[in-house]
Design a protein around this ligand. Structure first.
Ligand code: NAD
Length: 444
């Protein structure tokens, strides 16, 4: 099939590359010429394990191309997959300007039948808006061309995006057009060989399904984070409680990890957007509002622990910080707790030496070179030199089994603030280290 992917960010690139990998002809469009130039030169603008090989393989096979030429892109694909950003507007609602801009372009240049597929996360009712925008463009051109708008929200997670796309738990298709559904079924057939994972529903339900999924996952995290705060007060260990409840099949293990707050490009903005959607129809989502508030508080928990240990004035203090990305296996720092933590430490007068396997460039871009109290180390252990303590913000695998002797030798005082509970409290290596986790009694 000929597929155009509109927007070549995390979702667009992964979608385009995976669809090309199963034999489709894919053209990825972006409005950012630098992004496309980099892709055409064999580079890639994001860090996602396995993605560069798939892109390379399919570019070489001639199945995957990139362009900034809107007309060419619209003319190319029978399928027009919209995967542009839907950032939060000032009031928290989803900003649809990019989605509707992409739809307008489709209406402006289409000359034959198109299935316009919304992969971006969009509020209920957006498919109808996309439909109206395309119709208006066609009317303006004096043309009557058949098309169908399908809602097909994306559930991939950064860091595991390829696997998620290639082996999805489910594929949600919102449409009542049998021809479009048939095309979508054909598109996704290679990704569901063991059994049918397609869930066909109306567009509005499909749109809400995506928000509901993210809201549920965020709720589990905030619930555990609150229990962790309680656990600390009661002198219990949240990790034992996590195991105690996760083993209940009705609860399960996923998204039960307490930490220093969730971040990323999706949960925070999608929760805000869902709250706005609910408010718009006079419904107050009390649980979800609390999920969001609890997360905001949680992002400060590590700094609170630092202040409790070192005092309000951190002038002259130096902290090693491991992990900048909002989660492992990505360089994405959108809404990352590290941003709040670094800003707070600098505000309180401290110096921060950060290490991250993938996100240092992104951090430099975000924080700029304005404050020389924030610097970066090329290796995790180098960040520790002369630091007062180590703060762990992201649970990258490489942090899980460090040489504790070296940590003790390099830190001025052997103190670890572990925002992700990556160590076993009974690990011999922690002996002689003042250890502050989340929701567990600090040890020595
Ligand atoms: P992104 O910011 O990484 O990429 C969006 C891209 O779209 C950018 O490169 C931008 O330049 C481009 N763009 C904007 N307007 C355009 C236009 N008119 N034509 C062509 N390109 C255009 O965003 P993302 O993280 O890939 O997210 C895209 C959507 O998918 C969002 O709605 C997001 O909520 C949703 N989503 C994201 C994830 C994730 O993990 N990142 C997962 C599931 C769903």
């Amino acid at each position: 099939m000929r597929v155009t992917v509109i927007g070549s960010g995390y979702v667009g690139l992964v979608t385009g590359a995976c669809l090309a990998d199963v034999g489709n002809d894919v053209l990825c469009l972006d409005v950012d010429p630098a992004k496309i130039a980099l892709l055409e030169a064999g580079g890639i603008c994001i860090y996602e394990p396995g993605l560069d090989e798939i892109i390379k393989r399919n570019v070489e096979a001639g199945r995957l191309r990139f362009t900034t030429d809107v007309r060419r892109a619209v003319e190319f694909g029978t399928l027009q997959l919209i995967a542009v950003g839907t950032p939060a507007d000032e009031d928290g609602s989803a900003d649809l300007q990019y989605v509707l801009g992409a739809a307008r372009n489709v209406g402006k240049y289409m000359n034959d039948y198109k299935v316009v597929v919304d992969k971006s996360t969009v509020p209920v009712g957006t498919a109808a808006k996309v439909n109206a925008v395309i119709l208006a463009e066609l009317e303006r051109r004096g043309l009557e061309i058949e098309f169908s708008v399908v809602s097909n929200p994306e559930f991939l997670k950064e860091g595991g995006a390829i696997d998620d796309f290639m082996r999805p738990d489910r594929i949600v298709i919102g449409s009542d057009d049998q021809n479009a559904i048939h095309i979508m079924r054909t598109l996704y057939a290679p990704f569901q060989r063991k059994h049918d994972r397609l869930l066909i529903m109306d567009t509005r339900s499909a749109e809400l399904t995506k928000y509901a999924a993210n809201a549920m996952l965020a709720t589990r995290i905030s619930f555990m984070n609150e229990l962790a705060l309680l656990s600390e007060k009661l002198g219990t260990d949240i990790e034992l409680i996590r195991q105690g409840i996760g083993s209940d099949l009705r609860i399960g293990w996923h998204f039960l990890y307490p930490g220093c707050g969730y971040g990323g490009s999706c949960f925070p903005k999608d929760i805000q957007a869902l709250l706005r959607t609910a408010a718009g129809v006079g419904e107050e989502l009390k649980v979800l509002a609390a999920v969001d508030q609890a997360n905001e508080r949680q992002k400060s928990v590590l700094v609170d622990k630092v202040v409790a240990r070192f005092g309000e004035d951190l002038t002259g203090r130096r902290f090693a910080l491991w992990g900048l990305s909002f989660k492992p296996d990505t360089d994405d720092m959108r809404e990352a707790p590290s941003r709040v933590i670094i800003a707070a430490l600098l505000r309180l007068g401290a110096c921060v030496v950060a290490y991250d396997p993938a996100a240092i460039d992104e951090s430099r871009r975000i924080f700029g070179g304005g404050d020389d109290r924030l610097s970066y180390a090329d290796y995790p252990m180098v960040a520790l030199d002369g630091a007062d303590a180590l703060i762990i913000v992201t649970e990258w695998k490489e942090f899980r089994s460090p040489d504790f002797q070296t940590i003790k030798a390099k830190l001025k005082t052997p103190i670890i603030f572990d925002g992700r509970n990556i160590f076993d409290l009974h690990d011999d290596g922690l002996k002689g280290i003042e250890y502050f986790g989340i929701g567990r009694v600090s040890g020595m």
